[in-house]
Design a protein around this ligand. Sequence first.
Ligand code: NAP
Length: 649
Amino acid sequence: MSTMQHHSAERGSTAPVRQLPMQDSPELKAALEQANLQTLLMVYVHLTHDESMLETFKVHIHPPYTNPDYQIPQDCIDDLREKLLYVLTTPGAARNDDPPLALMQKMMTVSVGEPVENEFIPMVLEQSGFQRTAARKEKAERTPPPPGFKVLVIGAGLTGLLASIELERAGYDHVVIEKNEEVGGTWWKNRYPGVGVDTPSHFYSYSFEISPEWNHYHPHGADMREYFRSVADKYDLRRHIRFETRVLSLEFDEATALWNVTVENVKTGERDVIRANAIFNAFGPADRWSLPNIPGIDSFRGVLTHSAGYDEGIDLKGKKVAVIGTGASSAQIVATIVSEVEEMVVFMRTKHWMINNPEVTKEVPEAVKWALRHIPHYKEWFRFRVFWFAADGLYPNVVKDPDYPEDGIAVSALNEGMRQYALSHMRHKLASRPDLIEKLTPDFPIFSKRIVMDAGWYDALVQSHVTLDDTPIAAILPDGIRMKNGTEYKFDVIICATGFKHGKLVKDLVIKGRGDHDLAVDWADEEERAYMGTTIPGYPNYFMSVGPNAGPNHAGGLNIVSEAQVHYMIECLDHMIANGASTIEPTQDAFARHNRRIDDRMKHMIWTHPKSKSYYQNSKGRPVGPWPFRLVDMWNEMREPVQSDYRLD
Ligand code: NAP
């Protein structure tokens, strides 16, 4: 328990200011009626440390996927609501101190109906918002960054904004280079109809900035934009950001141990060079896109757009519309525009697994928002449950069971269960259309390619004015699309929901490190590798988010990875500065060892199944995207650098 005790010293900094007792109001009554029961139980125990209630409830709480229809007895529920109402509204009834960690762990275990082991505790305390590491700049024993030391961050999206907040808390002077005119990255740019997130709202945000204001259980694009703007305002981040500026190249100068960063104003084309001691490349993986390479695409005379370049002014009413692609963006677009268009053809190249998640389209009731805003500790305990069920519990689903046939359509009994769950949803939704069931049933394991959430896609496809065409496209014509089988369609609008250039992690950026190191060469032939997905030998003081094999592809969200990586970058810089060095980079040996470990583990993962094929892999078939371990492994391993794995100069 030593880690837990260490962390206990820092707890409480994100705890809400308790405003107890509360007034016994209709709003409070409604919140107690409608809010999540397991979370209310945690609030009660948090405020009273009454373990007997945990004992009462523990036999009644199960993970949602093991016993979804189980009903907690009504008398227990009534008793809890009554007791909680009393504690919240009676002067002196609630305790002022947080539960000891051993009790917190017990509470977590009861809340989710399965053990929350020690190794998870520091991560969930942070990720649920119960604790925040103290601001480094306030730590007396720490060596502060030397005067003039500057970090350059690329991108002001989810990760770049986070980097700016944490660099500020650590006393690092920094500048953020952002090519857009506002913060938010991909969530600022993407304006296609139905744009939204398939990670739950109450988790997909910073652990230290939990918002009670989400309107939906899965955020819409506009909600995400608002969240990032409000975070930028609250932390006064815009003073660090150079908007409408693009980074063209990064070149390390060995003589000065500085990076020369060439940037360009996207409007005027004016260029200049910024010198920085360290780089944090928080570029978004879902950023670079281009129109698909389909013959004749330039000849189309109607409106032709990519999902990521979609202009909200496009009028689809009564129009004949083509949607090319069937990934997450397409699924959201098709479900949203179906009632508006006169006719729609959806073009599918290969199949995707589609999962039913009733929460995807649900609004958060006002009473629940009220609970999140006003009931002490409710939002942290709520986030804990949301995170828990979207995280490492899903890991076994992507691990191959050696007893399962190598070339089957599942990798384990659990994975087969998921497949059946997805199939039954499809069969239910498409009961009247066996032709669609045949066209849409994938022949590869579920989760070996990014799954898509059904937010109305199947319901759209069965409509009489919608066609799903899975034959290859031959060409785009001035007024439509011709298929290889000769079929021709006429369209007013073509929406290419054809995804991003995932294949090349460097994209169009020139990155030149120490000596002859040039990332375009080092990573030539798609041999994209890093150490912990973040640092690379030969590239001193260069850190990247979403690097090779750092993607949370079994569960979770990029937010937790970003928090771990930003923390790690600052730990590395602090370690370097404390040792009086100017540069830090991983050793070649550590890099090779890490990549052997990745490759060894990857053999056991679903992404090396013979039928797995998606942008998770590079063109040679190596899964370059996924982190093949659990999220808790990444989080724990990124607490601090292994010193012997790094070279300091
Ligand atoms: P995507 O997942 O890459 O899907 C692109 C689709 O276009 C695929 O169906 C692909 O077919 C098809 N396609 C690509 N090029 C084509 C061509 N030349 N001709 C015909 N079809 C073509 O892209 P996305 O849906 O925009 O999603 C991009 C990323 O953002 C994914 O990671 C996605 O999960 C994520 N995303 C997340 C959310 C969210 O809710 N968090 C929302 C939207 C997107 P193949 O399958 O055959 O390649």
